[in-house]
Design a protein around this ligand. Sequence first.
Ligand code: FAD
Ligand code: UDP
Length: 368
Amino acid sequence: MKNYDYLIVGAGLWGSVFAHEATNRGKKCLIVDRRTHTGGNVYCENIEGINVHKYGAHIFHTNDKEIWDYVNSFVEFNRYTNSPVANYNGALYNLPFNMNTFYQLWKVRTPEEAKAKIAEQVKEAGITDPQNLEEQAISLVGTDIYEKLIKAYTEKQWGRKATELPAFIIKRLPVRFTFDNNYFNDRYQGIPIGGYNKLTEGLLKGVDVKLGVDFFKDRAELEALAETIVYTGQIDEYFGFQHGQLEYRSLRFDNQLLDQENYQGNAVVNYTDGETPFTRIIEHKHFEFGTQPKTVITHEYPQEWSKGAEPYYPVNDDKNTEVFNKYKALAAEEKGVIFGGRLAEYRYYDMHQVIGSALKKVKVHFGE
Ligand code: FAD
Ligand code: UDP
């Protein structure tokens, strides 16, 4: 007899949703994380009454009513709408690319004028079948926007040439011929009132939690505790890097507490030039319309990932996809282990997609 039905490795959203759903089905779960807190990358730290998104700005958005109702059953969400501003050598532009941006760049006032300007630049670039991020970006918004708002930001963020990156990354951003600065097209959007910890704490009610535990340090002992392992860490690490290391992109966050009420007037300001070494400054209080006398800002510096650093983003290019597919084949053969999440599925997932993936896996696993 084992102590638990499930040992869940990783207390991020994927592991927490699985744990919650299994517990609701009468199963006994133990969740472990090598960090000293639950929540994975959505964890918030309270500084001077401000919920600081410790691992980068997190804005929840989804088109799926079921997922929206699901998260709202644990915590109420506010009406925050992400509208980042781009700073290019001191000039400010609205994001995502919309009529405000086109007006700021070209003084065009109508959608027809903006479309003509973009069409002219796309034609000049001669791209008909975009094969990489650069070609995709130019064919969507033309060369001016690519040069000022995309190229350098992208190359800083990923540490690779835009011609070596997959096109899908830039398709995350809407292009609109209306005066609408909403960064997302999804029907539902917001920030949990009181921070993301309320969501993860709600999910983990009734689940045994052990923190500061690295699965690979006590593997045999931990595996002996449960019938089934649910693994949400790096898939290459699980298999001892036998097919080589997958590449990730890491980040360094430099947090500052400032003795002023409002630093930049917006939660997110992107720095899209090549000389500024960081990609964005986050001012956390604006996610929750905070009125505290102080403010916390974070400069986000992209970094190359190496063993021991936090693997924030999978690099879904052809080379890594080929390696990942070998691990995926091993995972399919591994008995008694369920793999899921951004690191185990090696996918550039947003939070709603992680929750969707976990809920889907639960249904398949429990035969529903
Ligand atoms: P994680 O949150 O990474 O959780 C995995 C957990 O497993 C970690 O806590 C880790 O410590 C633990 N772990 C790994 N290996 C081991 C081990 N060997 N032993 C024990 N524990 C282990 N999504 C949005 O929807 N909107 C956004 O605005 C947004 N912004 C983002 C900004 C940044 C900078 C980043 C990096 C991501 C952003 N995301 C955003 C994506 C979001 O963070 C993820 O989709 C989601 O948090 C992933 O959940 P997960 O459970 O798969 O992984
Ligand atoms: N991007 C850009 N300029 C910007 C913002 C984003 O070129 O001002 C590109 C960049 O390649 C980035 C991608 O669009 O990696 C996706 O942006 P998003 O804001 O979704 O990235 P995330 O918040 O996941 O880091």
